[in-house]
Design a protein around this ligand. Structure first.
Ligand SMILES: [Fe+2]
Length: 379
C-alpha cells in the first residue's frame, strides 16, 4: 500500500484560464495583453476546416495582432513537425503562440515554443525539468475535451526514427492562459468525443491512484471522474448540447489539474508505447488498456479504486469491470489485435512502457513481464 501523508510537501501548478461560452473570442484581447505583435497560430487541417482557426484569426485581427497560420500537424505530432513550426516561428519573426485544436496541435505548439526559445532540437528536452529557457507566451484554446494539454505541464511528441513517443514535463509548458469554450467541441465527431473522454477518465483515475497524488489533486481527480462518467454517454446522444459539452470540458479541466500535478501511471506509459509504435489514437489506446491496468494495480491502492468504482456505478462488480462496461457502452469495443497490434511486438512495447516517465508514479512497480501480461489481457 502507498503511504501518504497530507503533511508531505506538495506543489500545485496551474495556468490562468477562462471558461464559458464565447471564451474563444477573447484570444485577440489576451494576445494583445501579452504584448504579442505577430502570432504563430498553431492548428491542424481539421480544426481549420471546421472554422475554429478562422474564428481565432478574426479575434486576433480585431485586436490589431497579425498572425501566420501553421497547420502542418498530424495526430501524434512528430518531432519534425515541431521543428518545422520552430522554423516558421523564427522566419515570421513571431513573438507569441496561439494554438487552437486538440492535444496534437497544443503539444506541437508547446514544443515549438521551447524549441524556438532554446534553439535546440525538441527531442533533447525529453524527461522532467529539462527546459532551460522559458518559452514565448502561449494561449491555448482546446477543441476536444480530453488531452488537457491546455492546463498541463506535459507535451508528448513522437520520435519517428525510434518509433516512440517522448514525454517532456516542465513548468515552462504550462500555457499563460487557456480559453475553455464549449462551442468548438460541437464539431468533434462521435468517435473522437468517446476517445477523448476515455483519455479524460484515464487521466483522472491515474492521477487519483498515483503515488504522487495529494489532497489538492484528489479533489480534482474525483470531480473529473464524476463529471465525465455522467456527461460522456449523454453527449454522444446530444452532440450539439452546449451544457453537456461544457461538462466534458470541465471534466477535462479537472483531470488536467489533477494529472499535471500528480502525474500518471501504467495506462499512459503503455499507451505512449502503443501510440509511438502503431500511430494509434491516444485516447483509444487508453480506453483499451485502462480496465486491465486497474485490475493489475488494484491491491496497491484498493481503497482508492473502490472509491472510483463507487462513482462510476452501483453493483457488486469490481472497479475495473465497471470501466469495461462503461467503455463498451460508448461503442469502444475492440481489442489490441483488432486495432492492428501484433502479438510478437508486445515484448518491445512492454520494454518501452517500462522506461516511460509515467511509469514512475504508478501505484505499484511493474516488471516487464507483468506489463507484457497486461498487454495480453487487452489483446
Ligand atoms: Fe492522455
Amino acid at each position: 500500500m502507498i503511504q501518504r501523508s497530507q503533511l508531505d510537501l506538495r506543489k500545485f501548478v496551474t495556468p490562468e484560464f477562462i471558461c464559458g461560452h464565447g471564451a474563444l473570442r477573447l484570444a485577440g484581447r489576451y494576445a494583445r495583453n501579452f504584448g504579442m505583435r505577430h502570432v504563430l497560430l498553431v492548428t491542424d487541417p481539421g480544426v481549420r476546416a471546421a472554422g475554429w482557426a478562422g474564428a481565432v484569426g478574426e479575434s486576433l485581427t480585431e485586436a490589431g495582432v497579425s498572425f501566420t497560420v501553421f497547420d502542418a500537424i498530424s495526430p501524434n505530432p512528430r518531432s519534425r513537425q515541431v521543428m518545422a513550426g520552430k522554423e516558421a516561428y523564427l522566419a515570421e519573426e513571431c513573438n507569441g503562440i496561439v494554438t487552437v485544436g486538440g492535444g496534437s496541435p497544443m503539444d506541437c505548439a508547446k514544443g515549438i515554443g521551447i524549441a524556438s526559445s532554446s534553439m535546440r532540437d525538441i527531442l533533447t528536452f525529453e524527461g522532467v525539468d529539462r527546459v532551460p529557457v522559458p518559452a514565448p507566451p502561449l494561449i491555448c484554446i482546446p477543441t476536444t475535451a480530453g488531452s488537457s494539454a491546455d492546463v498541463s505541464q506535459f507535451a508528448i511528441i513522437t520520435d519517428e526514427e525510434r518509433k516512440r513517443k517522448i514525454a517532456i514535463v516542465s513548468k515552462t509548458l504550462v500555457p499563460d492562459i487557456s480559453l475553455l469554450d464549449p462551442g468548438p467541441l460541437t464539431t468533434m465527431p462521435r468517435e473522437l468525443t468517446a476517445d477523448a473522454g476515455m483519455d479524460t477518465l484515464s487521466h483522472a483515475v491515474e492521477a487519483y491512484v498515483s503515488n504522487a497524488s495529494s489532497p489538492m489533486t484528489d479533489v480534482h481527480a474525483l470531480e473529473a471522474i464524476r463529471l465525465i462518467t455522467s456527461a460522456l454517454p449523454a453527449v454522444l446522444e446530444e452532440p450539439d448540447d452546449l451544457d453537456l459539452r461544457f461538462s466534458t470540458l470541465l471534466a477535462s479541466l479537472h483531470a488536467g489539474l489533477a494529472f499535471s500535478n500528480a502525474s500518471l501511471g501504467a495506462v499512459h506509459a503503455m499507451a505512449h508505447s502503443l501510440g509511438g509504435a502503431y500511430d494509434l489514437v491516444h485516447g483509444r489506446c487508453n480506453a483499451l488498456l485502462l480496465e486491465h491496468v486497474m485490475a493489475a494495480n488494484y491491491e496497491a491502492a484498493s481503497d482508492r479504486y473502490e472509491r472510483i468504482g463507487a462513482i462510476i456505478g452501483r453493483g457488486e462488480s469490481t472497479p475495473a469491470e465497471k470501466v469495461a462496461v462503461f467503455r463498451r457502452a460508448l461503442g469502444v469495443t475492440e481489442t489490441l489485435a483488432e486495432v492492428g497490434v501484433r502479438e510478437d511486438a508486445i515484448p518491445a512495447l512492454a520494454e518501452a512502457a517500462y522506461n516511460d516517465p509515467c511509469m514512475v508514479t504508478n501505484p505499484r512497480s511493474l516488471t516487464c513481464d507483468e506489463i507484457e501480461r497486461i498487454y495480453m489481457h487487452a489483446f
